[in-house]
Ligand binder design. Sequence first.
Ligand SMILES: *Cc1c(COP(=O)(O)O)cnc(C)c1O
Length: 427
Amino acid sequence: MISQDTKLSSQDLMELEDKYGAHNYHPLPVVLARGEGVFVYDVEGKKYYDFLSSYSAVNQGHCHPRIINALTEQAKKLTLTSRAFYNDQLGVYEKYLTEFFGFEKVLPMNTGAEGVETAIKICRKWGYEKKGIPNGEAKIIVCGQNFHGRTVTIISFSSDPDAKGNFGPYTPGFQAIPYNDLDALEEILKKEAATIAGFMVEPIQGEAGVFVPDEDFIPKAAALCKEHNVLFIADEIQTGIARTGAMLRVCGDCNCQSKCERQEATYTRPDILILGKAISGGVYPVAAVLADDHIMEVIHPGQHGSTFGGNPLACAVAKEALEVIVDEKLMANARHLGNVFRERMQAMVDKSDLVNLVRGKGLLNAIVINDTETSKTAWNICVALKENGLLAKPTHGNIIRFAPPLVMTEEQLHECCDIIEKTISTF
Ligand SMILES: *Cc1c(COP(=O)(O)O)cnc(C)c1O
């Protein structure tokens, strides 16, 4: 028995997780107890720069005072009504969110995977009821190396053997084409458009290793979809909410300063937009699926939902979290700091035999280590970075993602680049 008043060490706490928790993750050996802005602190009080931001959920920084205040104020009043009744936060939030992103309707959910499932259901139903696809034949095109979440349906179209292995039988109705391959998309649309309901894509593939497609991939893919009456579905769960320097990555290299301006020259409008992660600043699980009426109207009462989806706590938190993005001009900061970061990393790549390249947009970046996919080098570098006060995690054996909170200052970013350079020079 562990007595309540014994202070547990990091070692104790890791042993507890190991003994009592399912081993469905392989965490870096650090136990965090507190977070503030760009910093997290472990149980022993050691301070680290967070360069993962909980997979880009904490874009606004840890425990942002305005978001925490919205959470606690709402928590004192009303937390959950279910959708059996109306609540005084949901409609206000829905108006704010739809106007913010320029869509007519939103369907609120909790986790990202639920958002993706929701988009798939809406897309299929639209395929049967609006496009006239014969019953049971609707297909959704996806991309190789995708990451859209962990449910059975979503892993059914994953190309990662760990994500997929021995979880079958799989959900049919998905077909993968290579990412960033317009010819492959055009070919399948030309041949099979009559039964294709949608094309779902990450505008930058985060989990695949921050793979940035060609500049024209997203706009041209959307245009091809439109031509063939196929819904273009953007999964912006990781790339959205200012992470890549624009409010959404489908905004392209837009240079808007605060509120999303959706500049015509760069903006690609998805038919269905999926958001999660940083829409709540990492404070509470919130996801949203946005679309216009002619698509969303296929969903009627009883056909989809969630007990917690659209609850008053989620609504209050997400609204405040988006206002923080705008008020603190985090898009412009992500854009500027991203350029600084890649410039510094490129200088390191030019000198180093160990690091092959740096890539990314805004503050979603990765470096590729000169080693095999199955090597331990990236992991060992991340352990050494941890010792030097910076937390990052490999996405693959040889790729390290760097995605700090967007509230970082330029001075802090330079200090982080110093840590990364110094650490890598010891390998
Ligand atoms: C994280 C992520 C998801 C899944 O979100 P969860 O909240 O973990 O279910 C889906 N798509 C992308 C692109 C993601 O990065």
